[in-house]
Design a protein around this ligand. Structure first.
Ligand code: HEM
Length: 214
């Protein structure tokens, strides 16, 4: 069975699966556009770097939330698109890791430019999320699933993505509640709303599975 995309025989496969390399190329293209637009509008200094940091986080969040909700979407609203997302969530997850490590590059450049270290809470909370993202990316292959066993692998990935969701929501809900948000509140209402919507979809899918099992 095919998913309707064109397949050249030379396209590499992993464990029988096609690798959608264009996803990674698209991440690099979008982050390149964010960098170019931020520098064009705000200049190459602190301001430009701050905007690169914010927009790379927003872009990575959009990929993350799609991966987070992909299985639930395929279960609740089956369609060629949701099935494609579910089947390719490994590669969507790896594209998120790539986008979010580019956010880390922006953070480092921004902190060097302002000559200040991030606070301890940010380093521990955010650094922990980066450790998880690296661990999830490194174990996103069939060999790791076999070595860890599906149960441990699933537990690791569920813990990791839940923690990353919490860190994103901590930022967005915090900015939404803030008296002095760094940018207009509707931006954070949308991002926080998407985070809760994705969680709601996962819960609805879980309840549906439980009902079906009973
Ligand atoms: C050591 C780790 C990290 C540091 C030092 C850091 C630092 C920063 C900085 C300096 C900004 C811009 C602040 C501003 O707008 O005034 C930012 C934005 C942000 N970061 Fe990070 N970050 C880290 C890790 C993470 C992680 C792991 C996540 C998510 C899982 C994350 C999510 C965000 C979000 C959501 C924003 C706000 C983007 C927006 O305005 O829409 N960060 N971070």
């Amino acid at each position: 069975m095919t998913d309707g995309t064109l397949q050249h025989p030379s396209m590499p496969r992993a464990g029988g699966r096609r690798i959608p390399w264009w996803l990674f190329g698209s991440v690099l293209a979008v982050v390149g556009a964010i960098v170019a637009a931020s520098i064009a509008v705000y200049g190459p200094g602190e301001d430009g770097l701050l905007h690169i940091t914010r927009y790379t986080a927003r872009f990575a969040f959009l990929i993350f939330i799609t991966v987070f909700a992909s299985a639930a979407l395929a279960q609740l609203f089956p369609s060629p698109l949701t099935r494609w997302l579910k089947r390719n969530r490994r590669y969507m997850g790896l594209s998120f890791a790539l986008a979010h490590f580019l956010h880390l590059g922006a953070i480092v450049a921004y902190h060097r430019a302002i000559g200040e270290m991030p606070g301890v809470v940010t380093i521990v909370g955010g650094g922990g999320a980066y450790l998880f993202i690296a661990l999830l990316a490194l174990t996103s292959n069939d060999w790791s699933v076999r070595k860890l066993g599906p149960k441990t692998w699933r537990r690791l990935h569920l813990t990791g993505i839940s923690y990353v969701w919490l860190i994103f929501m901590n930022s967005y809900v915090g900015r939404l509640m803030s008296e002095t948000p760094p940018e207009p509140k509707p931006i954070f209402a949308v991002t926080a709303g998407l985070g809760f919507l994705a969680l709601g979809l996962r819960i609805a899918a879980w309840l549906k599975r439980r009902k079906a099992a009973a």
